[in-house]
Design a binder for this molecule. Structure first.
Ligand SMILES: CC(C)(COP(=O)(O)OP(=O)(O)OC[C@H]1O[C@@H](n2cnc3c(N)ncnc32)[C@H](O)[C@@H]1OP(=O)(O)O)[C@@H](O)C(=O)NCCC(=O)NCCS
Length: 232
């Protein structure tokens, strides 16, 4: 499904508000069902099952395999990868509230999404999370825009750390986005992050009015197709 003639990054928006079906459970592995059963709140369990069942279905379509037969290897810090695929297929999953995003690419990819209703204590978090450059961008914004801007920058950092597989157990202020104030104000556009000798190209967007998301990649081309799972 992903080849050089087409965009090399596809991102599916997966609604998690639907009812869980028997087929969702059946498509999961024994380990995944056991993980789902560890959730205390039934809603969290259902959302997790729906997200992982649809993740499997999407990857099954991409690699041309039965969704239930896919096998994953988990990296040292938790990054899941597909085992035994022809060619390079990397993927990244993010979920927030009622929405999951599944990004698939033929190169390293990371995606994150945040629910904009989430309240952040900026005075407490900015110092440990944002770099000096990012804090200046935030300081130049209207107070009303700062919450949303912070969540966008959070997505950027998580997306980069998911692309390289490190996860957020690291110094987040060291993952600093170069981003125009207007991009962060509109929650839409491009940014970049230099990490060691690698540069990640970032796209920030809103999957819908309630969410902000970011995808990070080192692909030569970052042409991206946004899709809705379950729709043509
Ligand atoms: C990856 C991480 C940033 C996810 O953050 P989150 O906001 O809780 O959740 P999201 O919905 O955005 O993403 C979750 C998905 O990211 C993926 N993921 C987990 N760890 C990952 C990693 N290191 N790199 C890339 N992707 C990862 C999984 O698909 C996960 O889905 P699942 O939990 O439903 O299986 C966070 O869990 C993390 O930092 N993990 C690493 C912790 C670590 O450093 N462990 C090392 C042991 S010391």
């Amino acid at each position: 499904m992903i080849n050089e003639a087409r965009p090399n990054i596809c991102i599916w928006a997966v609604p998690l508000s639907r009812d869980m079906t028997e087929d969702d459970l059946n498509v999961l592995s024994v380990d995944e069902r056991a993980r789902a059963n560890r959730f205390k709140r039934p809603n969290d369990r259902v959302r997790w099952i729906v997200a992982h069942a649809d993740l499997r279905r999407i990857l099954g379509v991409v690699v041309g395999s039965d969704a239930g037969a896919l096998q994953f290897a988990i990296g040292e810090r938790g990054k899941p990868r597909l085992i035994e695929t022809c060619g390079t297929v990397d993927f990244s999953l993010a979920h927030a509230h009622d929405l999951a995003l599944v990004a698939v690419a033929n190169c390293e990819i990371g995606v994150d999404v945040e629910h904009l209703a989430r309240h952040v204590q900026l005075d407490r978090l900015c110092e440990g999370v944002l770099s000096q450059t990012e804090r200046s961008v935030l300081d130049d914004l209207e107070t009303a825009d700062r919450q949303r801007a912070f969540l966008a920058l959070w997505c950027v950092k998580e997306a980069v750390l998911k692309a390289c597989g490190i996860g957020i157990g690291t110094d987040l202020s060291g993952v600093s986005a170069l981003v125009e104030p207007d991009v962060i104000r509109r929650l839409n556009g491009r940014a970049s992050v230099a990490l060691g000798s690698d540069t990640y190209v970032i796209t920030i967007w809103q999957p819908n009015d309630e969410y902000v998301a970011a995808v990070a990649t080192r692909c030569a081309s970052s042409e991206t197709k946004l899709l809705k799972w379950g729709q043509a």
